[in-house]
Design a protein around this ligand. Sequence first.
Ligand code: ZN
Length: 300
Amino acid sequence: MGPVWGIDLGGTKIEGVVLEDPNNPVVLKRLRVATEKEKGYQHIIGQIVKLVEVLMAETGVKPHKIGIGTPGTLEPSTQTMKNSNTTVINGKYLKRDLERALSMPVSMANDANCFAIAETKLGVVKEELPDAKVVFGVIMGTGVGGGLVVNGQVINGKQGIAGEWGHSFMDTSGGKCYCGKVGCTETIISGPSLERFYFEKMGIEKSLPEIVGLYREGNDEAATQTVQRLLKFFGQGIASIINMIDPDAVIIGGGVSKVDLLYDEGVKSIEQHVFNHRLETPVLRPRLGDSAGVFGAALL
Ligand SMILES: [Zn+2]
C-alpha cells in the first residue's frame, strides 16, 4: 500500500499527516493550522482544504482518499454531525461538504475512536499486548470520550455513540454540560472542569498541572480536593466501563492522562469500584503522544 492521509480536526488546531504506509507510520509530512472555529463552519472547511493543499505541495503526493478524525460523531441516519463540543459543526453535513471541497472520498470517525485504533494498531497495545482483542481508549482532555476497538475494528454502534462515557451521568455537582444534560462525566473530570472546580474554591486560575503540583506540596486544601475529586470519579467511571465490557486493556489519553497519579492512586480507585476482588485490567499510558489522533485518522 502507498501513503495514507489523515486529518485531525480539533477545537483549536487542525493537524494533517501523510504516512508512508498504514503499517509503517513513517511521517512523510505533518502540519498544523489553527481551527479558528469562532470564524464559523465555512472557515473550518477552508482551513482543511488549505492544509491538504499545502501537504500535497510539500510531499508531491496526491491522495485518493482522506481519513478525518472529528470531535463529535456523524449521525448515521442523517449524515449530519452531532455531539461535538466544537458546536459550530453540529448539524452540518461535514463529510459531504468536505468531499465536495476536496473532490475526493472522506472516511470519518470520532477523534476518540481514532485515538483508540491508533494506539491499538501502532502504539502501546501493539507493543505490549499484541494479542489484545478488546481495547478501550479513554480520552480525558478538554472533553471526555472514548473509543472501543474489538478485533482491530472500531465499534461505532447503532447510533454512532459507542464508547461515549463522557456524557454518562456521574454527579450533579458537575453542573450543566454543553450537551444539555446535567452532571455528565465530562463536567467533572475534564481538564477545564477540574480547573473550574479549583477556581470556584480559591478564586485563582490554575492549570491542572499546577493544581497537581500544589496537591503534591500538600498545603493547598483546594488542590487536594480537586485531585481527590479527579481520582474518585476517575475510579468510578473507569470501573463501570470495565464492569460492562471487561476489556483486555484500557488506554488513557488526552491532557488529563499526563497526571501520573492516575496510574497508581487512580488505578487503586478503579480497583475499589470494580465488580471483582482484584483488578487485572492493564491501565496503559499512550505511546503515540499527540500523534495518535492524526495517525488514527490516517488508518481510516
Ligand atoms: Zn454532556
